[in-house]
Design a protein. Sequence first.
Length: 173
Amino acid sequence: MSTENFNPNKDFNIRLENAKSLPDIFEVVKAAVWKSQKKSRGGLMLGLANLGNHPQGFFGAFYPVGSNVIVMNKIPLERIKETRHELYKPYAFHVLLHEYLHTLGYMSESGVRQMAHEITREAFGEEHLATRIAANTAHFFHNLVYPDATWQPDEMKMDLVCGFDRGSAGYIA
């Protein structure tokens, strides 16, 4: 077998490229974590909420410890769609991976950032946008926040994403 065109990251690249939704992207996240760490967790939900905007930083998402929900800030997702749609899947992968690692019990922010970068690099290679985002999210801030606008939401309204954690869904017979 020729190794000339062999790319060990091809499967993950294709899977992320073919993802049509956040649940699809999450399936790629779980596969990458399983390949790297041999750990998984089922029964998670994803909520999308307006967590506010600040030009110098923002919450991309958070995981309330002990819960089964990841809450993702929909503002950066909307901003990416407006500015650089090609960042959408790599960014969503990065945020979901980071929070998924928290759900697995990793609580150190710096440790999770480092682990997310390593897992992403293993899955996609050094030059992939997801790896570059994991290495330096701040470099992409201008595509993630609305410039010169700061606000906090008046109320926390969260919309659950249907069919999020498909791999752990059972069936009723």
